[in-house]
Design a protein. Structure first.
Length: 348
């Protein structure tokens, strides 16, 4: 099995070939999700640090990982002997990523830093460009992913089946939700939008999945225009029932891998794109007269619950309360009997 040092050596060979002075590995995916499918856990793979938050940066001669105080102890242990230096975020004396890169590249002839534009939001990339420019004209490249070449056993993008969320729980048809999204877009003077947040897509379409642990979502993009709606998803994830359901709600289907082409072919005057939620690659894909850079209206629409959703909350709270009472009823005598630890209780 290859060590972290082996992975760094292979990465630096690729960086040398591509004339990159450094490469940045965030903890994100193409959908700006808090919880990331294994396919996009590149930061964990390259560094060995498995915490949920952190950013790894590798230059030709050094490597560092930034994380917050939740992970200082775990990161120090996991990074030991890896070649990575732990950078403690929000601690006096810790340089920012841009400051550290600027120092590391002072004696380098290379001035281009790489980051995968598919897994970084447009806002992140633009701020990175500004910060690195202040460090002496360092530039950013976003169209290259070295993991495609060095992560040989990289997990595939999940192919778990999608299911229809019953109307008794959703409370509103997808077709009606789409019309409400379009109304909100018109209020922002936009003809359409690309929805990338997985929870937003699941809500709009009344579909659920299991691509992310403990989250009922599925990997996809949703392109909404004034006249059409297209779901970009791996077709293997769709059952005949789901295909028929989407057709009935006026939603077309295209392959997940073709989303960039689909956005490029979008032919209305303008499109609303959320720079904080949409990845940089797709932010630059439309060939429109105007990009309306603004917050997506979907989270605000989703936040107002209908009667069916409210009733679902009440049922969930009741079931949760019963489970807690049963646990507490068991806990006291179990602890008094001995043999219980925090870890054994966590497994209950």
């Amino acid at each position: 099995m290859k060590t972290i040092q082996d992975r760094l050596s292979e990465l630096r060979e690729v960086m040398h070939r591509e004339h990159l002075a450094a490469f940045i590995f965030p903890s994100t995916d193409p959908h700006s999700g808090e919880y990331v499918p294994d396919h996009w856990m590149g930061r964990r793979w390259i560094s060995g640090f498995n915490g949920s938050a952190g950013t790894a940066v590798v230059t030709m001669h050094s490597a560092a990982l930034w994380t917050d105080s939740r992970y200082f102890i775990a990161a120090a242990d996991q990074l030991q002997g890896s070649g990575f230096t732990l950078m403690k975020e929000r601690i006096d004396g810790t340089p920012t990523i841009a400051e550290w890169i600027g120092r590391e590249l002072q004696t380098s002839d290379l001035t281009e830093v790489g980051v995968d534009g598919w897994v970084c939001s447009h806002s992140f990339v633009e701020q990175l460009r500004r910060d690195l420019r202040e460090q002496g004209g360092i530039t950013v490249r976003t169209n290259f992913d070295p993991l495609e070449y060095i992560w040989k056993d990289r997990p595939a993008i999940p192919k778990n089946k999608v299911v229809v969320h019953p109307m008794e729980f959703a409370g509103e048809r997808t077709a009606f939700k789409i019309e409400r999204v379009r109304k909100a877009l018109r209020a922002q003077h936009a003809d359409g939008t690309l929805v990338s947040a997985l929870d937003d897509i699941a809500w709009i379409l009344n579909l659920r999945g299991s691509d992310v642990h403990c989250n009922p979502v599925f990997v996809a993009f949703l392109l909404i225009s004034s006249a059409q709606v297209t779901l970009y998803i791996d077709p293997d994830k769709l059952t005949p029932e789901v295909v028929s359901y989407l057709k009935g709600e006026g939603v077309g289907i295209d392959d997940y891998a073709d989303v960039r082409k689909g956005v490029a072919d979008y032919d209305e005057y303008n499109i609303l794109l959320d720079p904080d939620r949409l990845n940089d690659t797709l932010f630059h894909a439309p060939r429109v007269k105007q990009i309306v850079a603004a917050a997506s209206p979907v989270p605000s629409l989703k936040a107002v619950k209908n009667e069916a959703e409210i009733a679902g909350f009440h049922r969930a709270m009741l079931r949760d309360g019963i489970a807690m009472v049963k646990f507490l009823h068991w806990l006291k005598p179990a602890v008094e009997a001995g043999g219980q630890t925090e870890m054994s209780l966590e497994r209950c």
